[in-house]
Every structure is written in C-alpha cells, then in structure tokens.
Design a protein around this ligand. Structure first.
Ligand SMILES: NC(=O)c1ccc[n+]([C@@H]2O[C@H](COP(=O)([O-])OP(=O)(O)OC[C@H]3O[C@@H](n4cnc5c(N)ncnc54)[C@H](OP(=O)(O)O)[C@@H]3O)[C@@H](O)[C@H]2O)c1
Length: 421
C-alpha cells in the first residue's frame, strides 16, 4: 500500500514515525506534500521517511501519482483539503483523513463520491484520536440499534476542567493547557464547543444514522466555569466535564455540547487530562464505553495507520445510510444555577419567585461561607425541567440589580443516564 501524505505536521510526522517502527507492514510512504518542503525536510522525524520518497510543494504530484494507492490527508481545515480530496477520489485513490471539520461538514458528499468511484474513504482518527470509536461503532455495533451517543470529545476541555478540580481557576488551567501544547493561542474552537460538536455530528451519522448540521447543535462555552463551581459540584456528589450528547427522540435528534455536572462515580468523572471517552447506548447490546488518548501525534497516527491497513487488507466497511434529521436543543433535566450577587435581603425570595412563575421546582440551595458579601456565590439546583424554560427564567434574573455577573446554568446528568452508571 503506497501512501501519498498530505501534511507533515504533528500527525503527519508522527505517522512517519509510527510506520517506521513497524517494518514489514506492507505500507510505504512514496510521496509527501507540504508547503516549505525545505523546512519540513529538516524536521527530526523527516529522517524516518524512506529516502526514495518524493517531497513536493505541488499537491497534484501526489493526488494523481501512479505510485500512490491511498492519499492520507493530515492538513486540516475545509479548503483546500476538500477540493484536494475530491480530486484524489476522482482519480480513483483511496483516502484516509483525520480531518473532523471536513468529515462533519462535507462528509455526505465525499462518501457519495467515494462510493461512486468504488474507493474507500476512512476517517478513524477524526473522532477521539487513538480511541477506535469510529471502527468500533461502524463495525462492532452495527448489529445494534443505537439510540444515544455521548462523550468527552475534546481533550483540551477535559484537561482544563480536570485541572480545575484541584482548585485552579479557568485562566490558569487554560494557560497550562496552552503551555503544554494542548490548546491553541485562540482556544475558542475547543472551549466554546465547536470542535466537539463537529465530532458529535460524525458520531451521530454513524451511530444514529442521522445526518445533522453542526451549526444546529447548541454549544455552551466552558469559559464561564469557575473554581467555585467545582466546590459546589463536589457537595452535590458531582464534578464538571464538557459533555457532548446526541439522542434519537421522536424522529429528531436531541443534541448539545457543553459543561455539565456529572456524578463523581460516573466514567465521565474518571476521565482525566486529555483523555476522551464515548458511551453508546443500544436497544439490544446496552451500554458500551470507549476510552483512551483522544489527541496527540502518536495516538492519532495509530488510528490513521490502522485505516491504511484496513484498506490494504481490503477490509469491507459497513456503511448504513444516514438520513437528514432536525436537531432539538431542548432537554428535560435537573439544572445547576450559580449566581454571584452583591448581598442584600430578599435575593433568594426574588429568584425563587421567578422560578415559581416559570414552574421550575427548586431541589436544593447551597451557600458556602467565607465569600465577600459584594461577590457572593450561591447555587440552586432544580428538579428536572426543560432547558428552554430555565433559560427564560435565567434571562429574567440576569436583569436583577443585585446580580454581579450573569447567572450560570448547567445541565446535570442524573443517575439513570447510562454515562453515570
Ligand atoms: N494533533 C492532534 O492531536 C490531532 C488529533 C486528531 C485529529 N487531528 C487532525 O489531524 C489533522 C492534522 O493535524 P495536525 O495537528 O498534524 O496539524 P499541523 O501540525 O498544523 O499539521 C498540518 C500540516 O499541514 C501543512 N499544511 C496545512 N495546510 C496546508 C496547505 N494549504 N498547503 C500546504 N501545506 C499545508 C502544515 O504546514 P505548515 O507547517 O507550513 O503550517 C503542517 O505541516 C487535522 O485535520 C486535525 O484536526 C489532529
């Protein structure tokens, strides 16, 4: 299997390294495309590339080359990656990619083109890096009827939130993630949930056979979480994680991405650092948990090489059709509401009155001592209610004069959710 590699960055160079460590695999890099080839060839991992491989700055010298069987795309981004992969498929080349944005937004058309040309398009590295959730769901669980898929799909958010468990504030934890190379200088794609919702769409297509638009999935940022939320969550027997969930409900997909309270006993709470976790729920097979390193050069390169090998072995992929479905963001769940107020008499009564007017029942009220009266944080948890209802109530409360900052509203995963078993 002769590989034409597009991109010699973190994953591309790791792919060369992982491949070099497995001589006799029957997989060989014959061509590499990247801009600034001179710079790339001086990379320490470039010496792991076979000496006879051709390096080029002209992508067409890879896409249609006679000595390339599979084009491995490790560039990232929608354009020009999409155009180049279309060209590779049209030229009858198999394609392997780790590009989640491309597969989430343009996957349907690319799969159709691959099928038309009788070639394979594999993307096992696009979700959860080295965790084989894509082949696991596509092959191993295709005999079940999956109704729900949920997971920790963004390692950067998991690193930040699991660091905050030990008392760090958000900015400090983000700084550490950036220093360690886990977070970009502009962390928005990770912390605001856009990366996770692209991955959730890919999983929904595969697991729920639902074609959904990433832009329709509500995404809530983790940037408004503070250390005090972890101490209140602990009192509730919980911690916080960025959770992505999609579930079939009445012919639609209920989906969302955001920070949620998860019970400390749940697999999600055990997930530390940059690890990823995916839980599937099937009508017949019950719950299945996938867990491991969701990012990083080596784990991601393993997934890429596994796809190349699957193509080399002519392994048949199960492809079940997916249908366009509407996304609903509303969820019936208990909610965690955190307020920071300038203390004065009557605050709890005023908040309780708004909740009562919206028919939201209070489950508990928590207030820790030792905070300054001018910035007093306290928490109300609700009985299960629709997120749209509680959002309307919160919008009303945000206008109250004693609010020092906008209230925070988070969904709580409850004990009968499969992720919490
Ligand atoms: N890193 C991870 O842990 C991870 C995990 C899962 C999936 N992925 C996915 O894997 C893909 C690659 O990620 P990465 O972390 O390896 O990214 P990266 O380190 O930025 O590598 C991308 C490489 O492609 C080159 N490149 C990008 N656009 C190009 C263009 N238009 N023309 C020529 N060369 C171009 C870059 O060259 P320059 O050096 O000149 O910029 C760089 O060498 C992405 O789709 C990413 O989402 C990554």
């Amino acid at each position: 299997m002769r590989v034409g590699l597009l991109g010699f960055g973190t994953v591309g160079s790791s792919f060369a390294e992982v491949l070099a460590a497995q001589p006799g695999s029957g997989v060989r890099i014959t061509r590499i495309f990247n801009r600034g080839v001179g710079r790339k060839r001086s990379h320490e991992k470039a010496r792991l590339v076979p000496a006879e491989a051709v390096w080029t700055e002209h992508v067409e010298e890879v896409l249609e080359a006679a000595d390339v069987d599979v084009v491995v795309e490790l560039l990232g981004g929608l354009d020009p990656a999409e155009r180049w992969l279309q060209a590779a498929l049209l030229a009858g080349r198999h394609v392997v990619t780790a590009n989640k944005q491309l597969i989430a937004y343009r996957g349907a058309a690319l799969f159709a083109l691959a099928a038309e040309k009788g070639v394979q398009l594999l993307y096992g590295a696009a979700v959860a890096g080295g965790v084989p959730v894509i082949p696991g769901v596509a092959q191993g669980l295709s005999g079940d009827r999956l109704t729900r898929i949920s997971g920790i799909l963004n390692g950067t958010c998991n690193f930040i939130l699991s660091s905050m468990e030990s008392g760090a504030e958000y900015q400090g934890a983000l700084g550490r993630a950036q220093a360690a190379g886990y977070a970009e200088a502009d962390p928005s794609a990770d912390v605001d949930g856009f990366d996770a919702r692209a991955k959730l769409c890919i999983l929904a297509r595969l697991a729920l056979h639902a074609e959904i638009d990433p832009e329709e999935i509500p995404a809530q940022t983790i940037a408004t979480i503070s250390a005090v939320d972890f101490s209140y969550a602990q009192e509730l027997g919980c911690t916080l994680r960025q959770v992505s969930r999609a579930e079939l409900v009445d012919g639609m997909v209920s989906a969302g991405v955001g920070p949620m309270l998860v019970p400390r006993s749940s697999p999600f709470a055990w997930s530390q650092g940059t690890r990823n976790m995916v839980v599937t729920s099937g009508l017949f097979g019950g719950d299945v948990v996938f867990s491991g390193h969701g990012a990083g050069g080596h784990p991601t390169a393993v997934a890429v090489l596994s796809d190349v090998r699957a193509i080399a072995e002519n392994s048949v992929q199960v492809r079940l059709p997916a249908h366009r479905m509407k996304v609903v963001g509303d969820v019936l769940a208990p909610h965690y509401l955190r307020f920071v107020v300038a203390d004065e008499p009557g605050i709890v009564a005023a908040i309780a009155a708004v909740l009562a007017r919206h028919q939201v029942n209070i489950d508990s009220l928590l207030q820790h001592r030792g905070h300054p009266a001018a910035r007093l944080p306290f928490v109300i948890t609700t009985e299960p209610c629709l997120s749209s209802t509680v959002t309307r109530a919160i919008a009303e409360m945000a206008q109250m004069a004693f609010m020092v900052q906008p209230p925070l509203c988070l969904q709580m995963l409850v004990a009968d959710d499969p992720e919490t078993v």
